[in-house]
Design a protein around this ligand. Structure first.
Ligand code: ATP
Ligand code: MG
Length: 237
């Protein structure tokens, strides 16, 4: 691997003294597509939230482009080009599509909001057609697109996605993953978290298996998809 753009060392997250992430190491190269898979409660969301500054670290470090960022507030990390599409989408139902997208737009200085919004619409034309519709009236898949659009507004270099396939029909899952592939092919680094291990391993080149807050296995996504332990525990084979 070339010099990593993101390095996570011995990362720990605790809730009221109860450890949820127990010392995770991972590194990601620029423009790479990687995933973290794991069952309910494995610590996947806690890991992503800690990376963007929404949970405090109980230990360890996060290094972004050679700089430690784990002491920085969330907006400073966003400004440096790290963006999260949260689990459950988190759209504001009573705001329009366009208003929801604009909310993501304060992250990076010196960018044109109008141009960034148009870029999001060209990525997901369905959002453009619905720009004045209230977000609460969108389908689940459209809300997922909106959550991605809001995260893309500041033109991030690293996009973290927390369970983008959750609750969506297979056709819509495919559409969402085509959008993610389009973002990746434009050079954005992708760190995907999924319970849908089959899908996640198919759409990435490297993967980590998280279990009980610890990395149990790591390797190329193709190797892990063939690993008997992964097949039994996560692929239902
Ligand atoms: N705000 C919180 N307060 C207390 N405990 C929490 C909190 N958030 C998560 N936890 C606990 O931390 C552990 C890891 O949770 P986390 O949400 O990170 O897992 P996950 O892998 O994302 O699970 P899922 O696949 O269900 O989304 C779980 O035991 C969970 O109950
Ligand atoms: Mg989660």
């Amino acid at each position: 691997m070339t010099t990593p753009i993101l390095q996570v060392r011995d990362l720990r997250v605790s809730y009221g003294g109860v450890a949820a992430v127990k010392g995770v190491d991972l590194s990601v190269a620029a423009a790479e597509r990687v995933c973290v898979i794991g069952a309910n409660g494995a610590g996947k969301s806690s890991l992503l939230r800690a990376l963007v500054g929404l949970e405090p670290l109980a230990g360890g470090s996060v290094i972004w482009r050679g700089e430690r960022i784990d002491h920085l507030p969330a907006f400073e990390r966003a400004r440096r080009g790290i963006s999260l599409v949260p689990e459950g989408r988190g759209v504001f139902p009573r705001l329009t599509v366009q208003e929801n997208i604009r909310i993501g737009g304060h992250a990076r200085r010196g960018r044109s909001m109008a141009a960034d919004i148009e870029r999001v619409y060209s990525l997901m034309p369905r959002l453009a057609e619905r720009r004045l519709q209230l977000a609460g009236t969108l389908s689940g898949g459209e809300q997922q697109m909106l959550a991605i659009g809001r995260a893309m507004i500041g033109a991030p270099d690293l996009l973290l996605l927390d369970e983008p396939s959750m609750g969506l029909a297979p056709m819509m899952v495919q559409t969402i993953f085509e959008v993610i592939a389009g973002i990746a092919s434009a050079g954005v680094t992708i760190l995907l978290v999924e319970q849908n291990a089959r899908l996640a391993l198919r759409s990435t080149t490297r993967a980590w298996v998280l279990d009980g807050g610890r990395v149990m296995l790591a390797g190329s996504s193709a190797e892990l998809a063939d690993d008997p332990r992964v097949r039994t525990a996560y692929l239902g084979d």
